[in-house]
Write a protein of this length. Structure first.
Length: 256
């Protein structure tokens, strides 16, 4: 008996992206399945972060960008559909390479998004903040410091706070752009463990240079080279039995 087909959370078809005359992404086709962790790997400058930022139209903010093709979120085209960029970024949120807490208290960082979307009820905000901090595995660490500046937290805690800030607006997809590059090994493992906990409720896409991290933390891996997807499949297959020799050379070189 065949398993039922699972519709992709994000479906990319024929995607080309140009920075002026530079062809950064070339004929990208990709399905991101719901409730999976997908790692995008490849050498610097191959288009990993550009592809990630396409999913919530962050590239639109760069002068001279031109995009052809389609990206669909739950079947809805993110450019030609009814979603505004603000609505899209609420559903598809991003955590960046370095922690970027606002110069506000821990509480106000997490409450920022709900307030921006019109929530003013203090009790509702308190519940949202606690729920989001628990979801980011940070509540026990900061419950007595909610009114202190977020910038006083450790880097690892700041990054988890950025995740909590994202969870507070209840997204569908979480994008992580090298989220552990500025963190120590203990904080890195905490973020990876958090990702595994969150995938039951969210679809997660991570860009990483860390092959061990991709192998440990992802369900599927995408190898990119010079703006193209060379290989996409289950992480176990991509890392142990890649179909393309270029994938094998890259992974072997990075793991060796």
């Amino acid at each position: 008996m065949e398993e039922p087909t699972v519709e992709p959370k994000i479906a990319v078809r024929g995607l080309d992206l140009y920075y002026g005359r530079f062809h950064a992404l070339k004929n990208i086709d990709l399905d991101v399945r719901p409730n999976t962790i997908t790692a995008i790997i490849g050498p610097s400058g191959c288009g990993k972060s550009t592809l990630l930022r396409t999913f919530n139209r962050m590239n639109d903010l760069i002068t001279g960008v031109r995009v052809d093709g389609s990206v669909r979120l739950d079947g809805q085209d993110i450019w030609t559909g009814s979603l505004t960029p603000v609505q899209l970024r609420r559903r598809v949120g991003m955590v960046f390479q370095r922690p970027n807490p606002f110069p506000l208290s821990v509480f106000d960082n997490v409450a920022f998004g709900p307030r921006a979307h019109g929530q003013r009820n203090r009790r509702v905000l308190e519940e949202l903040v606690e729920e989001s901090l628990r979801g980011a595995r940070l509540w026990d660490e900061v419950r007595d410091r909610l009114n202190q500046p977020a910038t006083e937290l450790s880097l690892g805690a700041q990054q988890r706070l950025c995740v909590a800030r994202l969870l507070a607006v209840r997204p569908d997809v979480i994008l992580l752009d090298e989220p552990c590059s500025a963190l120590d090994p203990v904080s890195t493992l905490a973020i990876e463990s958090l990702m595994r906990e969150l995938q039951d409720r969210y679809t997660i896409v991570i860009v990483t240079h860390n092959m061990q991290q991709a192998a440990r933390a992802s369900d599927e891996s995408v190898y990119m080279l010079l703006g193209e997807i060379i290989e996409h499949g289950p992480t176990s297959q991509v890392f142990t039995n890649p179909k393309d020799s270029r994938t094998e050379q890259y992974i072997t070189g990075r793991l060796g």
